[in-house]
Design a protein around this ligand. Structure first.
Ligand SMILES: NC(=O)c1ccc[n+]([C@@H]2O[C@H](COP(=O)([O-])OP(=O)(O)OC[C@H]3O[C@@H](n4cnc5c(N)ncnc54)[C@H](OP(=O)(O)O)[C@@H]3O)[C@@H](O)[C@H]2O)c1
Length: 407
């Protein structure tokens, strides 16, 4: 998969002009970390557009702080609040899903795809079609329609820069090498807050406990996915598309210290690992400055203080989501799409207190089985298809949920 493979042998001369950046999902966890990296080096970056779903007040604040040209809110009913908060600032305000796509299409150096969920598909595809480099945090794009995204990027010669810390680590460890030289790709994970909990205790875990990630600070959806290990499953699917490696060559290792983020094992027996403090600002800074490396503030690794690294195999009995995600990857893109839709429904139901923690994975598996029985097992051929399949997945998952509640 040339789009994300090794850096070119001859690097272009570093440009001194500020890099133009658009941030999709600017009010979220990834958006906030991106803005913090940019704020550290205002001379190096210029923000074109920032977008959010409904948080108009926060969007207006970040747009002003970042001196963005345009701020776009997806929820039209929040337009008045955004426009009045931006009055007199000179920043253009817009609203609606089409306006988010238009913002993503503005020609810039890098678009940070930091929207959560399948809502990120159309704007990220718009950025690829416009020819901007895409720093991809929204893993749902690859989980729901990986072949389409990677195919479009290849067709347009667009670089997809993996922003997810594990994939960014692998991208760095691959630098200067071809995927043909690789034996295995190893993604690490902290194991989440329930790494050493019994199944019985996990069954009774409440959302506050599940949201307490031991090493990373992230948005609520990905925090729950980290607790179930669905996040690792989604990352295996993501890595398959980004690096063009089959599922059997993608390993997952639990590494509670979260210092090694990813490794590449080469055919000659060498393993190259990327390490950093667990801080999303680091992979973000790497993507924003790529192929150069630029200084950023923040924690530095002190290996003698960390003392030791440990590694464990994931327990697929307590964390079946990882097994289910791997099986979905084997079944094809229809199944990974349905997996993602069902998981979004299940996580929302769990956060709302409607289902127990262990029911998340059960609901996802049942939804995939039901979708297969209903003849939905065909690969999406377009973003429209992918979104239609996503809606079907949500419909099935919601009906299974309702049935549970009324049983
Ligand atoms: N957080 C991390 O450390 C991390 C690490 C790796 C990968 N990722 C991935 O990055 C993505 C973002 O995660 P996050 O943790 O930053 O999520 P988050 O904190 O929940 O933020 C989500 C962002 O998306 C916006 N948004 C939500 N629904 C939208 C819609 N329908 N249309 C347009 N914008 C919408 C939100 O706007 P409002 O604030 O207005 O709702 C917010 O700006 C996810 O795909 C996640 O898996 C995150």
């Amino acid at each position: 998969m040339v789009s994300v493979a090794a850096s070119p042998a001859v690097q272009p001369e570093p440009s001194t002009a500020p890099r133009r950046v658009t941030i999709l999902g600017a009010t979220g966890s990834i958006g906030t970390s991106t803005l913090s990296v940019i704020a550290d080096r205002p001379e190096a970056f210029a923000v074109e557009a920032v977008t959010a779903f409904g948080n108009a007040e926060r969007l207006a604040r970040v747009a002003k702080e970042a001196r963005a040209r345009v701020a776009v809110i997806a929820d039209r009913s929040a337009y008045d609040a955004l426009a009045s908060a931006l009055a007199g600032s000179g920043i253009e305000a817009a609203a609606g899903a089409a306006a988010v796509e238009e913002a993503a299409s503005r020609p810039v150096d890098v678009v940070v795809a930091g929207i959560v969920g399948s809502a990120g598909l159309a704007p990220t595809m718009a950025a690829i079609r416009a020819g901007s480099k895409v720093a991809l945090a929204n893993k749902e794009c690859l989980v729901c329609a990986g072949d389409l995204f990677m195919g479009e990027a290849r067709k347009g010669g667009v670089k997809i820069l993996p922003l997810d810390s594990e994939h960014n680590a692998v991208f760095q460890a691959l630098s200067g090498h071809s995927i043909d030289e690789v034996d295995r790709i190893i993604l690490t994970g902290s194991g989440g807050p329930f790494r050493d909990w019994t199944k019985e205790a996990m069954a009774a875990a409440n959302p506050d406990q599940a949201l307490k990630h031991p090493t990373w600070s992230m948005g609520p959806k990905i925090s729950i996915d980290s607790a179930t290990l669905m996040n690792k499953g989604l990352e295996v699917i993501e890595a398959h598309h980004l690096f063009g490696v089959p599922e059997e060559q993608l390993d997952v290792v639990v590494h509670p210290q979260s210092i090694i983020h990813g490794m590449v094992a080469y055919k000659d027996g060498s393993v190259i690992a990327q390490m950093s403090a667990p801080d999303m600002r680091m992979p973000i800074a790497h993507c924003l400055s790529w192929p150069q490396r630029s200084p950023i503030g923040g924690p530095r690794l002190d290996l003698t203080r960390i003392g030791r690294f440990t590694f464990e195999r994931p327990d697929l009995d307590r964390f079946p989501a990882l097994r289910i995600a791997r099986a979905a990857l084997g079944a094809g893109s229809w199944a990974t799409n349905i997996l993602n839709a069902a998981n979004e429904v299940a996580v929302a139901a769990y956060l709302a207190g409607n289902i127990g923690f262990l029911e998340i994975a059960r609901l996802v598996e049942e939804t995939i089985e039901r979708a297969a029985a209903q003849g939905l097992s065909h690969a999406p051929g377009s973003i429209k298809d992918a979104l239609a399949l996503d809606r079907e997945g949500r419909r099935i998952a919601t009906s299974l949920l309702t049935r549970r509640e009324t049983a």
